[in-house]
Write a protein that binds this ligand. Structure first.
Ligand code: MN
Length: 251
């Protein structure tokens, strides 16, 4: 029953995503514009379902300084994240996955695929979402419906922030922290190891991630070294609440 509700949501979200994607410029046009080009906010906001190809970074490498430095962004996007997409597509060919369909369909049944698919499917999805959930000069707080939902579930925005930061700090080794919408619309914080995410059938907490924070050392070590808590604190300054609001409203 629960699973069906979740699947209905995903199908609804996929349809909504497909409908909005029609109005977008083609991937080749965006690629031709170069990775450093400033893309319209709506490009990021419309893509609620994920494909298998790496999309252009929606801002220049230095856009999120000083929270995230340009060199980290460059290496993270062009080396780490690019490799996840490349390896995901290799796994998709080997395991006969239709890459014209949303990646979410694979993630929901990830237990029936290889470890390579799990690591790189998660890696690709998580990074594509991560880039979209951040922006330069971002608003400090979520608005409207999302803020009300956070206050209902956590008591206050500050309490959500505290719980999210704590789970991000205490993730042992490499992984991600998430703000997740569950089947019953309850909002919780969770954490996954490696490149797993809440969309996967093997996740401890299953739901729709509203945003995630990469706490692998490659995400912060050049600038912060071992100071993960400082990196987490600075993440709150660059959250793209406009995108996260639209994502929440699409659920
Ligand atoms: Mn990463």
């Amino acid at each position: 029953m629960k699973h069906n509700t979740r699947r209905n949501f995903i199908e609804k979200a996929a349809k909504a995503g497909a409908a909005t994607l029609i109005a977008l410029p083609s991937i080749s046009t965006l690629m031709a514009a170069g990775n450093n080009s400033r893309l319209p906010v709506h490009f990021a906001a419309n893509g609620f379902t994920m494909g298998f190809d790496q999309q252009p970074l929606p801002y220049p490498y230095n856009a999120l300084e000083p929270s995230i430095d340009a060199q980290t962004m460059d290496i993270h996007y062009n080396k780490h994240a690019a490799a996840y997409s490349k390896n995901l597509k290799e796994a998709a060919v080997a395991e006969k996955v239709d890459i014209t369909k949303p990646l979410e369909a694979v993630l929901h049944k990830i237990s029936s695929y290889s470890v390579k698919m799990r690591n790189n499917g998660g890696g690709h999805y998580n990074h594509e979402l991560f880039w979209k959930c951040m922006a330069a000069n971002a608003n400090a707080q979520p608005g409207g419906k999302l803020l009300a939902a956070i206050e209902k579930n956590f008591g206050s925005f500050e309490e959500m922030k505290k719980q999210f930061s704590e789970i991000a700090k205490s993730r042992f080794g490499s992984g991600w922290a998430w703000l997740v919408v569950l089947n019953d619309k309850k909002i919780v914080v969770s954490s996954t190891p490696n490149q797993d995410n809440p969309l996967m059938d093997i996740a401890e907490v299953k739901g729709i991630p509203l945003f995630g924070l990469d706490v692998w050392e490659h995400a912060y070590y050049l600038n912060y070294q071992n100071r993960r808590p400082e990196y987490i604190e600075n993440f709150w300054k660059i959250l793209n609440w406009n995108y996260i609001n639209e994502r929440f409203n699409s659920i």
